[in-house]
Structure formats: structure tokens, C-alpha cells
Design a protein around this ligand. Structure first.
Ligand SMILES: Nc1nc2c(ncn2[C@@H]2O[C@H](COP(=O)(O)OP(=O)(O)OP(=O)(O)O)[C@@H](O)[C@H]2O)c(=O)[nH]1
Ligand SMILES: [Mg+2]
Length: 267
């Protein structure tokens, strides 16, 4: 027992000496290298690290998330399934949870391998679930704001307030996230046109802007980021690119939504 402990200690001593010798050799070798070569090596190492960090940062900012937002009943869930499966799954159920998935757009499934999948999030429009939107907006590469073009006028003020909140959301403004106002349910003849809808919302946002300024410091700060102060509000004044399209999730006429998605999530 005693003998084996002593031999183990001797073994350790031997290794310690070995390591010290190697270290010494290494230091002597390093002293022999000309300083210019050392500097060159250090510079190469530094540049490689910076390059790798930059690539990681660039990759992280290039999101593939598309957020579907809008009032309850506007047709987000129907649109979500139409984008993913090319068919409609459910009828009139109000969503209680965000619906999210990463997939190739149904219309692109024939081009498999060439396209990049899109992460689509359908955020319920119920006012109690709205705070969920704040979780997804910071990762959005684009926002599809769905509007019910059939029941548009009764919900005009609620639609405009919701859109106003998105347009003044700090991360949406900072990252200049593009927004598509999708006038849905155009399969019905009584649906309002996108031009009519755009004008009505612009007028309503103009009213909101006037009524909200002066309430608090924070609101004034928000308002200066929305539109041009002193000019009648127009979507063209927004720092974000706001475009408008017509669609029918029900019948699958969603090509303008797909084009918007592909314009902002590169294939
Ligand atoms: N005519 C017509 N009806 C539609 C269309 N899209 C959706 N609907 C109907 O509108 C209702 C609401 O659709 P949903 O997709 O569940 O609405 P949502 O926006 O997900 O609503 P929440 O989950 O409550 O936020 C359903 O009864 C759908 O059948 C459409 O393009 N045309
Ligand atoms: Mg839904």
C-alpha cells in the first residue's frame, strides 16, 4: 500500500518535470520568432475573430419571421393555413394562442430545395392576447396587418388604433419593419376596395395623432415618429414602408401576400 503511494508520487513528479521542460522549450522557441512574424500572426487572429463576430451578428439580424396581426375575425388563421397548406382548416373559432410554424409557402413546394422556409406567427386579435404581439414584433422581418374588408366601417376606429400602436412600436420603428395592410375577404362583392380602406385609415390615424398628442410626454415622443409633424397623415410619410393589398384567404387569392413575404424573407 505504502509502496504504491510512493511510486504514484514519483510518477507525478516525473510528469511535472516533463511539462516544465516542454514549457521552457516553447518559451525559448517563441523568443526565436522575429517580432514582425508575431505581429502578423496576432493581426490575422484579430481579423479572423472580428470577421466571425460580424458574420454571426449579420446572420442574427436577418430574420425569417412574418407576423400576422389584426383584429379578431379579420381572417389571420385562415390566411395562415392557406399560406402553409393551400387549404382552409377551420371556420369561426377565435384563436386563444399564437399559431406559429416554419414552412415553405404552399405555392413554392414544387421548388423544394431552392427556397428558404418562412417562420409565420399568427397572433390572436383578442384584446386580452394583444400583449403577445410585443413578444413577436422584435423578430419580425415583415408584418401582415389583416383587415376585414367586409365589416370594415364598424371596426374602423379599432383597426386604426391597433395599426397606430404597431406603427409607433419602438422596435418596429427602429428596424423599419415593412408592413403590408392586407384587405381580406375580397371574395365578397360588398368588400371595400383597398384605396377606400387606405384613405379611411389615414384619416382616422390623423385624428388619433391629434387627440393623442399633448396627453403625455411619452405620447408626444411617439407621435413625432409617426408621419410628418404639421402635415396631414399619409402612410407614405412613415419611416416604415407601408403597402396595401387585397386578398381572400378563403378562396386562396393570396399572391400579393406571398410576394410581400418573399420580398422580405429572401428565398
Ligand atoms: N368571406 C370570407 N371570409 C373569411 C375569409 N377569411 C376568413 N374568413 C372568415 O372570417 C372568420 C374569422 O376568420 P379567422 O381566420 O378565424 O380570424 P382571425 O383573424 O384568426 O381571428 P382571431 O383568431 O380571433 O384573432 C371566419 O368565420 C372565416 O371563415 C375570406 O377571405 N373571405
Ligand atoms: Mg385566429
Amino acid at each position: 500500500m505504502w509502496v504504491s503511494a510512493v511510486s504514484a508520487m514519483e510518477g507525478m513528479e516525473h510528469w511535472k518535470r516533463e511539462i516544465q521542460d516542454r514549457l521552457q522549450q516553447g518559451i525559448e522557441y517563441a523568443h526565436q520568432i522575429p517580432p514582425t512574424q508575431m505581429y502578423a500572426a496576432a493581426t490575422v487572429l484579430l481579423f479572423t475573430t472580428i470577421l466571425l463576430l460580424a458574420i454571426r451578428l449579420f446572420k442574427r439580424t436577418k430574420s425569417n419571421t412574418i407576423v400576422l396581426a389584426g383584429l379578431s375575425g379579420s381572417g389571420k388563421t385562415v390566411l395562415f393555413y392557406q399560406l402553409r397548406d393551400g387549404s382552409v382548416h377551420q371556420g369561426t373559432v377565435t384563436s386563444m394562442e399564437p399559431n406559429e410554424d416554419t414552412f415553405l409557402l404552399h405555392s413554392e413546394t414544387t421548388k423544394k430545395g431552392k427556397m428558404k422556409p418562412v417562420h409565420v406567427v399568427d397572433v390572436p386579435g383578442h384584446s386580452r392576447l394583444r400583449p403577445k404581439l410585443d413578444e413577436f414584433l422584435p423578430q419580425a422581418a415583415g408584418i401582415v396587418f389583416v383587415v376585414d374588408a367586409l365589416e370594415f366601417l364598424p371596426s374602423l376606429s379599432a383597426v386604426s388604433e391597433y395599426l397606430y400602436d404597431i406603427l409607433t412600436n419602438a422596435s418596429v420603428v427602429k428596424k423599419k419593419v415593412p408592413i403590408l395592410i392586407c384587405c381580406n375577404k375580397t371574395d365578397k362583392v360588398t368588400a371595400h376596395t383597398k384605396e377606400f380602406i387606405r384613405k379611411q385609415i389615414e384619416k382616422e390615424i390623423e385624428k388619433l395623432r391629434a387627440s393623442r398628442s399633448g396627453i403625455s410626454e411619452a405620447d408626444i415622443a411617439n407621435d413625432t415618429t409617426l408621419g410628418i409633424p404639421g402635415e396631414v397623415f399619409s402612410f407614405s410619410h412613415c419611416v416604415n414602408k407601408v403597402s396595401i393589398a387585397e386578398a381572400s384567404g378563403w378562396t386562396g387569392e393570396i399572391s400579393q401576400v406571398e410576394q410581400f413575404i418573399r420580398a422580405h424573407v429572401k428565398p
